[in-house]
Design a protein around this ligand. Structure first.
Ligand code: BTN
Length: 247
């Protein structure tokens, strides 16, 4: 993959900028990086706090040559790439919470927001990745549930080295994903790295109900199978989930 990196000192949201670039025809591999975001977005309409140099705020334009039904796997693919980046560079033992949050010892270190858009040269997916570099500025409501590279390694990371390794793994996993049997391979790689894939007791808050059960792997399109205590198997799609907690 060829990368072009656009860098900003301050921006509203790197995802917004990458979506605009995609609409204007940007190729796969266009990346947007900012030191600070004034309107960082999380999933479910949440805010992603993005103070200057406290995180890596990164978005990439992808144009997966795949059937639409496999597009949700882009998020699993990205979570896998972040997982490998953090383990390789910093030796941090990471877990991937379905669908794509990266955790260290029960605390979130990275969030991923994938958004799709139609463009004149076909659909594009923008993957936004926020990796916490330091924890010093976490507001009290997230300090108990979040961690950072600095907190885990006792050292502030070199952002350029992080960016380089992240783009390397994204490129590797995109190649795997786009090749023959790629969707299945991504599913396998994700499953190997996530304690959520099998046998995890979870509570999932759906739009109209909350279900409790045990995870039983993921479907071909990345949906999570949950076995209810009644024995019924439910399939949970990323878009359906309001909250997934292990208990
Ligand atoms: C989440 O866990 O809710 C997803 C958070 C995604 C945050 C990243 S930071 C870079 C990119 N730009 C944004 O506005 N959001 C994503």
């Amino acid at each position: 993959m060829n990368f072009t990196i656009l860098r900003f000192d301050e921006i509203d949201s790197t995802n917004t900028e990458a979506l605009n670039q995609a609409k204007r025809g940007a190729n796969e591999g266009l990346c947007v990086v900012a030191r600070q975001q004034t309107a960082g977005r999380g999933r479910m309409g949440r805010v992603w706090i993005s103070e200057k140099d406290a995180g890596l705020f990164f978005s990439i334009v992808l144009r997966p040559p795949l059937e639409t039904r496999f597009l949700p796997l882009v998020t699993l693919m990205s979570g896998t790439a972040v997982h490998d980046t953090l383990e390789t560079l910093y030796n941090i033992d990471c877990d991937i919470k379905w669908v794509n949050d990266v955790y260290v010892a029960g605390k979130k270190i990275c969030g991923i927001l994938a958004e799709t858009t139609e463009t004149t040269n076909g659909p594009a997916v923008v993957v936004g990745i926020g990796i916490n570099l330091k924890s010093t500025n976490f507001p009290p409501e997230i300090s108990a549930t979040a961690t950072s590279i600095e907190a885990e390694t006792k050292q502030l990371p070199n952002v350029e080295a992080l960016l380089q390794k992240l783009t390397f793994f994204l490129s590797e996993y995109c190649e795997l994903f786009y090749g023959a049997g790629g969707a299945e391979k991504i599913r396998e790689e994700w499953t190997k790295r996530s304690s959520y894939a099998f046998g995890k007791r979870v509570r999932v808050m759906l739009e109209n109900e909350t279900i409790h059960g045990t995870t039983r792997g993921i479907e071909a399109n990345g949906a999570l199978r949950v076995e209810l205590d009644s024995g019924e198997i439910r399939t949970v799609h990323a878009g359906d989930v309001e909250n997934l907690r292990s208990f």
